[in-house]
Design a protein around this ligand. Structure first.
Ligand SMILES: Cc1cc2nc3c(=O)[nH]c(=O)nc-3n(C[C@H](O)[C@H](O)[C@H](O)COP(=O)(O)OP(=O)(O)OC[C@H]3O[C@@H](n4cnc5c(N)ncnc54)[C@H](O)[C@@H]3O)c2cc1C
Length: 448
C-alpha cells in the first residue's frame, strides 16, 4: 500500500484581505467523519473548485468531496490581484509577449475557455457581477523603457490579430487619477474578479449542486487502498475511487515533483475604505486595473463599494522560499515598498492608511509547465499555476476532471502533451540565485 504523509501544510502570513473586506462567511463544514465518495479533491482554489464543477458536469449523480486546509479564499486563490487575463502574459519575459504566433493563439484560446467556464459558473450560481467584471486592463508605463515595452507588446498583439488601444498620459490620469504614468496599453479581454467573492460564491454554488466542500480540513495523509485512495484529515477520512490533488505547490509536500517546483511568494497591500475627502483628491474612475509594462513592476488596482469598499491595492515584491513559508518580517519589508510605490503614484493620499498587507504562495516550474497528469492509478494532479492561476489553474482543474473521466478535450490534451517540470539546481544555489535574480529584476523595474 502506498502511503504519503504531508510534510508541510499551508502557512499564511497576513490576512486574506479580499475575504476580510467582504461580509463574514458562514461557519465552515469541517470533516468529522468517515465517508466514501466517487471523487475526492484536495484544495479549494481555482484548480480544486473548477475540478469539482467539471466532475459534476460530467457525472451529475456522483458524490464529489472537496477537502480544503483553510477557509475558502484564504489561500492564494483569495490573495491575488484578480486579473483573469486572456492574452499571453509571460511574466518571465521582458514585455509579456509569448514565444510564437501559433502557440500564443493556442494559449489565448485556452485562457478564453477558462474565462468562459468561470463566466458560466457566475451565471449558473448567480454570483454577484461585481465579482466578475469583464472590463479589460491596462499595461501602465512610467518610463521610456516601459513605454517601449508597451509598443513592442502592441506590435506583437497586432501580429496575432488581437486588439489593443494606446493611452497617453492624460488618458491614464483620467482613468487612475495618477500622473505617474506616461502611457498605457488597454486590452479588452481581461476579466477583473474580486477573487474572494468569486471563490466563496463558487464554493457556495457547488454546495447547492450537492458537492460537499469541507474547510479547515487539511489532508495529512493519502494512501492507496484496493482500487482507490483514502485521504485522512485531523477529524475524518474519505475513501474515493479517484483523488485529485489540486493543492498547487503543496503537491511537493506529498513527495511529488520534488526539487522541481519553485515556491514563490508575492506580496500586496490594500488601503482602508477611502472617505469622501480622499476620493475627491484621487479622482479617476471607480474601477480599474493596471499591470506594469515591465512584468517585475507594480500592479495597482482600484475597486469600488460593490467589491468591498473604495480601495486601492498595490502588489509588488517577490521571494523564493523552498520551505513554502515567509516571515512576518518579509511581509513588513514588502509593505514598506508598497507604501513607497503608492505614495509615488498618489502623493495626495499620503495620509491614507493601508488596512492589510499579505503574502501569497505561487508555484512555478523552470520550463513553465503545470503538473496535470495521473501520478499513480486513480491519483491525478492539477497543480503548478505558474503565477497565472485564475486561468491556468481553472484549466488544470477542468483537465484533471476530464482525465479522471476518460474525457478528452483541447484543454486536457494541452496539459497531457507537456513534459515534466525541469529539475532545479541544488537547494542553496537555487535559493540564492533565484532571490538575487528577483531582486535585480525588481530593481530594474523600480519605477514601474
Ligand atoms: C499577491 C498575488 C497576486 C496575484 N495576482 C494574480 C493575478 O492577478 N492573476 C492571476 O491569474 N494570478 C495571480 N496570482 C496567482 C494566483 O493567486 C494563483 O495562481 C492561484 O491562486 C493558483 O490557484 P490554485 O487553485 O492552483 O492554487 P491555490 O490557490 O494555492 O489553492 C490550493 C489550495 O490547496 C489547499 N491545500 C494545500 N495543501 C492542502 C492539504 N494538504 N489539504 C487540503 N488543502 C490543501 C490550500 O489551502 C489552497 O487553498 C497572484 C498571487 C498572489 C500571491
Amino acid at each position: 500500500m502506498t502511503t504519503r504523509t504531508a510534510r508541510r501544510l499551508p502557512v499564511h502570513r497576513g490576512p486574506a484581505a479580499w475575504s476580510a473586506i467582504l461580509p463574514g462567511q458562514e461557519a465552515p463544514d469541517v470533516l468529522g467523519t468517515t465517508l466514501t465518495a466517487d471523487f475526492a479533491v484536495v484544495g479549494a482554489g481555482f484548480a480544486g473548485l473548477s475540478a469539482a464543477r467539471r466532475l459534476k458536469q460530467l457525472h451529475p449523480g456522483a458524490r464529489v468531496v472537496v477537502l480544503e486546509a483553510g477557509r475558502l479564499a484564504e489561500g492564494a486563490s483569495g490573495r491575488n490581484s484578480g486579473f483573469m487575463i486572456d492574452l499571453p502574459h509571460d511574466i518571465s519575459s521582458e514585455d509579456y509577449a509569448g514565444q510564437a504566433v501559433e502557440s500564443d493563439r493556442a494559449m489565448i484560446a485556452l485562457n478564453r475557455a477558462a474565462i468562459d467556464f468561470a463566466r458560466q459558473a457566475v451565471e449558473d450560481y448567480r454570483i454577484d457581477p461585481a465579482f466578475f467584471d469583464p472590463c479589460g486592463k491596462v499595461n501602465g508605463a512610467a518610463s521610456a523603457a516601459a513605454d517601449a515595452h508597451n509598443r513592442s507588446y502592441a506590435d506583437h498583439l497586432a501580429r496575432i490579430g488581437e486588439a489593443s488601444e494606446a493611452l497617453d498620459a492624460d488618458a491614464m490620469h483620467e482613468l487612475t487619477g495618477s500622473r505617474h504614468y506616461i502611457s498605457g496599453l488597454y486590452t479588452p479581454g481581461t476579466v477583473m474578479i474580486q477573487p474572494a467573492g468569486y471563490i466563496r460564491r463558487l464554493g457556495a454554488g457547488l454546495r447547492r449542486d450537492r458537492v460537499e466542500v469541507y474547510e479547515n480540513s487539511p489532508v495529512t495523509q493519502i494512501a492507496r487502498t484496493g482500487s482507490g485512495w483514502v485521504l485522512t484529515t485531523h477529524g475524518g477520512r474519505v475513501t474515493a475511487g479517484t483523488a485529485i490533488l489540486a493543492n498547487n505547490g503543496h503537491l511537493e509536500s506529498f513527495g511529488f515533483a520534488t526539487r522541481r517546483l519553485m515556491h514563490i511568494f508575492l506580496y500586496a497591500s490594500i488601503t482602508v475604505d477611502l472617505d469622501d475627502d480622499a476620493l475627491a483628491k484621487l479622482g479617476g474612475r471607480p474601477r480599474w486595473g493596471i499591470t506594469p509594462s515591465d512584468p517585475m513592476g507594480t500592479t495597482v488596482r482600484r475597486i469600488d463599494a460593490a467589491q468591498g469598499g473604495n480601495r486601492i491595492i498595490t502588489r509588488t515584491c517577490a521571494s523564493f522560499r523552498p520551505g513554502m513559508e515567509v516571515s512576518t518580517a518579509d511581509v513588513e519589508r514588502a509593505a514598506a515598498v508598497h507604501r513607497r510605490k503608492f505614495d509615488d503614484r498618489f502623493p495626495a493620499l499620503k495620509d491614507v492608511r493601508m488596512e492589510h498587507s499579505w503574502a501569497g504562495h505561487l508555484c512555478l516550474s523552470r520550463n513553465g509547465v503545470s503538473v496535470m497528469r495521473e501520478l499513480e492509478p486513480g491519483l491525478i494532479a492539477a497543480c503548478v499555476d505558474n503565477g497565472l492561476g485564475t486561468t491556468r489553474s481553472t484549466l488544470a482543474g477542468i483537465a484533471a476532471a476530464e482525465l479522471a473521466s476518460g474525457e478528452s478535450s483541447p484543454i486536457s490534451r494541452h496539459f497531457c502533451a507537456k513534459e515534466a517540470p525541469l529539475k532545479l539546481p541544488p537547494p542553496p544555489i537555487a535559493e540564492i540565485g533565484a532571490n538575487a535574480y528577483l531582486r535585480w529584476r525588481e530593481w530594474r523595474a523600480s519605477k514601474e
